[in-house]
Design a protein around this ligand. Structure first.
Ligand code: HEM
Length: 347
């Protein structure tokens, strides 16, 4: 099957429509029943895009319906984008009241999805960045008689760039409709593997920073189950010791929890790097077999488990050292307050 027809089918499938299948499929000679097995041949990036948000959920289908309507009536949508130093301000409008209503519904739903972290995407490279950084984005929406004035800002330069790039993507969709969608799908399908370049690494599975962190006994997010559930960690407690009002005794106990954790984590980290290097060597030399792989992975998993335990246990020990009030202020100081909502939004 030609790549263009696969793309058309993937898009049509995601939009949940038969009409588009016909439009794109006829010229390349595809008959009915083509939606069967429609995901075959899609590249990983496309699959990721098409599946993000869950293909089978009602909200997803409703949102796809709105997108479909906007793509169909793109010629009636006018759009102006201004880049701000820290974001974007866009005006998107339509004289046709039905199109204007669809546009408003789309924007309202997307803003809610962003706030709640329910990603919705097909082929955009910028939408994943926006959803990953949603706590760094401020959104203000003003509905006009004919559409929407949409302002988004961020203090993070990378996020600002993604906001501005996404605004360009939306402008292209509004200008070219389904043709822009096809271009985006093609670009997503031909994007290089996210691992490209990593074949140069000494140990393919670990970045230079991973190796440094392991050798230095750093946390590497291994204690998130504790840290984000109100069990403070010794390294950050020491950093915040003044603000938390630690007594001399508490400080000394924290330091000894930290030192013990770090010494153990360094030793385990060193063994882990060595075992990963060995696994890499097995593959690089093509000496690997099912048996050597099994024993290598058993050792690696054991070390990973122990390393995680060392970090998590340090949080357990640390929590015993602190008062409930100190734990509460740690949670605030680390920015974990306001659990259950994403914060930082203003709609
Ligand atoms: C003709 C087609 C489309 C139009 C006119 C349109 C319009 C808009 C507008 C006006 C915004 C507010 C941001 C801005 O103005 O730059 C927006 C945001 C968004 N759109 Fe669309 N859109 C279209 C297609 C799509 C498609 C195909 C998807 C994904 C499948 C999508 C997903 C999103 C998402 C996730 C946001 C939220 C981004 C954020 O809050 O930063 N849109 N869209």
């Amino acid at each position: 099957m030609k790549r263009s027809s696969k793309l058309a089918i993937a898009i049509a499938a995601a939009l949940g429509i038969g009409a588009t299948v016909a439009v794109f499929a006829q010229p390349v000679g595809m008959g009915g029943g083509m939606r069967h097995g429609m995901m075959h041949g899609m590249g990983p990036a496309m699959m990721r895009g098409a599946m993000a948000g869950g293909m089978h959920d009602d909200a997803f289908r409703a949102d796809m319906g709105l997108v479909h309507e906007m793509l169909d009536s793109h010629e009636r949508i006018a759009r102006k984008v201004s880049n701000l130093p820290n974001g974007i301000r866009t005006v998107t409008e339509a004289d046709d009241p039905q199109v204007a209503a669809t546009l408003k519904a789309h924007v309202a739903s997307m803003a809610k999805r962003l706030e709640e972290g329910r990603e919705f995407n097909l082929f955009s490279p910028t939408i994943p960045i926006l959803f990953e950084n949603r706590d760094k984005i401020r959104t203000a929406i003003e509905y006009t008689a004919k559409g929407v004035v949409f302002t988004q800002t961020s203090g993070d330069a990378k996020v600002v760039a993604a906001l501005q790039e996404h605004a360009v993507e939306v402008s292209e969709l509004a200008r070219d409709g389904m043709a822009a969608m096809m271009r985006a799908a093609q670009a997503a399908a031909s994007a290089p593997s996210p691992y490209a370049g990593e074949q140069q690494r000494g140990i393919k599975a670990l970045s230079a920073k991973d190796v440094q962190d392991l050798l230095a006994g750093r946390g590497m997010g291994l204690a998130k189950s504790a840290e984000l559930n109100r069990y403070p960690g010794p390294a950050h407690v020491l950093e915040l010791s003044d603000k938390l009002g630690l007594s001399a005794q508490q400080k000394a106990s924290t330091k000894s929890v930290f030192d013990a954790m770090e010494a153990r984590a360094r030793a385990l980290g060193k063994s882990l790097v060595e075992r990963e290097a060995e696994l890499d060597r097995l593959f690089a030399s093509r000496e690997v077999s099912r048996t050597t792989l099994e024993s290598s992975l058993a050792e690696i998993s054991k070390l990973q488990g122990e390393l995680r335990r060392v970090h998590l246990e340090a949080h357990l020990a640390q929590t015993d050292i602190l008062t409930a009030a100190q734990v509460a202020s740690y949670v605030e100081l680390r920015g974990y307050g306001g659990a259950g909502h994403s914060g930082g939004h203003r709609h």
